[in-house]
Write a protein that binds this ligand. Structure first.
Ligand code: NAD
Ligand code: G3P
Length: 319
């Protein structure tokens, strides 16, 4: 919607034939944003070749655990001069790569690393697509590419800043989904506003610890992709991750929740990858550890909270 509003011809690939048909015939995404009418310059296809060939910019916007397989399919269709943007938020299982690192690895030999970037920040699609004011961050190892992304996406409703700390930007965007599950659990279990504030604040400390261990810059965590995205995802009615946590807090089982959803809550997979990664790196992430135990080891939210609250007394060190 945003790019089409700026006059670009947007070619949308989707794996669901019903979405492709509904956009082709009725200019509606019948599954995900059914109440919006899409402009004429958004077209759709189920054939990747029709969408990719001749593009100046390729935006990867599928869930993070699918970025590697999507990139493998896209790779032979690229000419080499395209710019690539990821909006996906996650850390790959087993490799512990961020999404731009996955793209750099898979597209190596076809696309230079400095043509790859990310767009991230507090940006629920339900609001962006309706032109509601949103601010995000463009990042890349190349300043030129970051500026290209900024200029391409910026509108009076969608303000784009540049942050060259791509590691901090991507780690923040991924780990906040784990904390949104924790915040949802707290809401579902009626733990109150104090607990939610504590989860957001101490959660940011966990993001910062992991990020700094990986070489990120301290300032990023006070920015839009740090505290900004953490706030929106922990508090928004739109967040899938918060919603999964809320239902767990109400007593539902994870498998039943996932089966009932037509969208992906990436924090579930990211909890696994980040929990394992933090243990390898020896980074202390107690909230992440408890979310892992609630999701995958059948620990009750009540026991998890008790264990968090009765950890040994500490100083409030940031790192
Ligand atoms: N929804 C938002 O508000 C929002 C905002 C910012 C960033 N993001 C990020 O964008 C990415 C996509 O999010 P979304 O909300 O559009 O996700 P989604 O769950 O709505 O899925 C988007 C599309 O990806 C498709 N998909 C799922 N598995 C696939 C696979 N294996 N191969 C190919 N396609 C597959 C789905 O069918 C769907 O058409 C995520 O990484 C998310 O974190 C989302
Ligand atoms: O719906 P969620 O929880 O995947 O969050 C979506 C975006 O990342 C919010 O910025």
């Amino acid at each position: 919607m945003l790019l089409a509003g700026k006059g670009h011809h947007v070619r949308l690939w989707a794996r669901e034939p019903e979405i492709v048909n509904s956009i082709q015939k009725h200019k509606k995404n019948s599954v995900y944003l059914s109440d919006l009418t899409l402009p004429e310059n958004i077209t759709s296809s189920g054939e990747l070749g029709e969408v990719i060939r001749g593009s100046g910019l390729v935006v990867f916007a599928t869930p993070s655990h699918t970025i590697r397989s999507m990139a493998e399919k896209v790779r032979p269709l690229l000419e080499g001069n395209e710019r690539i943007v990821s909006v996906a938020k996650g850390i790959e299982m087993d490799t512990f790569l961020t999404m731009s690192q996955v793209l750099t690895e898979v597209l190596d030999g076809v696309i230079e690393e400095d043509h790859i970037g990310v767009l991230s920040g507090p940006s629920h699609a339900e609001e962006v697509s309706r032109g509601m004011p949103t601010t995000v961050v463009a990042s890349s190892t190349s300043r030129n590419t970051a500026v290209f992304i900024q200029q391409t996406f910026m509108t009076p409703q969608f303000r784009v800043y540049i942050n060259r700390d791509i590691v901090g930007v991507e780690v923040s965007g991924a780990v906040k989904n784990i904390l949104a599950i924790a915040a949802g659990i707290a809401d579902g279990a009626d733990l109150g506003d104090n607990a939610k504030a504590a989860l957001i604040t101490r959660g940011l400390t966990e993001i910062r610890r992991l990020g700094i261990t990986l070489g990120a810059s301290q300032d990023t965590f006070s920015g839009l992709t740090g505290i900004g995205d953490l706030i929106v995802t922990c508090t928004s009615q739109h967040s899938r991750n918060r919603n999964v946590g809320y239902r767990i807090g109400k007593g539902e089982k994870l498998d039943d929740i996932i089966t009932s959803m037509d969208m992906v809550a990436e924090g579930v997979k990211t909890t696994k990858s980040v929990y394992e990664w933090s243990r390898i790196l020896n980074v202390t992430m107690p909230i992440t550890e408890k979310v892992y135990q609630v999701l995958f080891e059948d620990v009750s939210p009540q026991d998890a909270v008790y264990e968090l609250m009765t950890r040994e007394p500490k100083e409030e060190v940031i790192f």
